[in-house]
Design a protein around this ligand. Sequence first.
Ligand code: SF4
Length: 344
Amino acid sequence: MTRPASIPLPLTSLDALERAGLTDPAERAVLDAVAAEFRVRISPAMAEVASDGVRAQFVPDARELQVVPEELADPIGDDAHRSVPGLTHRYPDRAILHATQTCEVYCRFCFRRETVGESGTLAEVEFDRVVDYLRRTPAVREVIFTGGDPLVLSARRLGAMLDRLEALGTMDLVRFHTRVPVVAPEKVSGALVAALDRALPVWLVVHTNHPDEMTGAAAAALRRLNRAGVPLLSQTVLLRGVNADADTLERLFRVLIRNRVKPYYLHHPDLAKGTGHFRVTLEEGQAIMAALRGRLTGIAQPLYVLDIPGGHGKVPVGPGYLRREGDHWVVTDPQGCEHSYRDL
Ligand code: SF4
């Protein structure tokens, strides 16, 4: 497929994707059915990246219509732990703030794909209730802004929300989970950076899945955040057809540490509806992580985790390097050789 010189951006409809040469007109009927179920949006920056691993994350696919009974509308149980509208309080010391349902891209594997794009931004009155809840619950020492993508909000609104959380005096830190620095780096403006640069530590977890996403503009956006003293971590979803091999993940994690981003989580894919074609097995994921151990500096190694379906929390899922045998342990080294270890 050839791409015309001028592309209307962002791409928010199948017409736009077709004009950009990203979808096949012969598939239009089935893709209409996909788009009726799950929203479509590709940011200008990502539409420009000619990479199969990047396109597969954003371009709708007929296989999304294949839904199996085990797939869930709310795979990680956001609703089961909703304390007040807009706030999920699952663990004692931290809570998730659903600041907006909007994103710069709509990812085909998203675990919130049934809600993203739906009801816009948390209203002021709802945020008032969230602040009241946090004031009454000082055990919550960390608020995690998520969405959608919280960095689609204006710098003014984010700054005002952070001011109120900071004023509570109970927070250790605030964390943002976002795709924006990578998929829409132009949004990391001076005003946004200034809103995040404050006495209350603001940590930022960048969601990125493929090394080709890291454009020059993305690297520059991360540098602006880094210069403002915002600690940068990353989260990646393990996805068949995108990054489910040790070579691609090694490239991704190396490019992240070169950009001062510490790889934090590698997520086993969630049981979101219509995402079976992305799914790998836990055994495959463990084999990839084992291959990376030893060949990649520890700073670049994320924790491989599974969000237990139904809202039961997130746990590391290996691979394991230790097993008990009688009165001693057997430890496996990165090359697969076993060694005995005894507790003294
Ligand atoms: S919430 Fe994150 S993963 Fe889901 S569509 Fe938005 S940017 Fe993509």
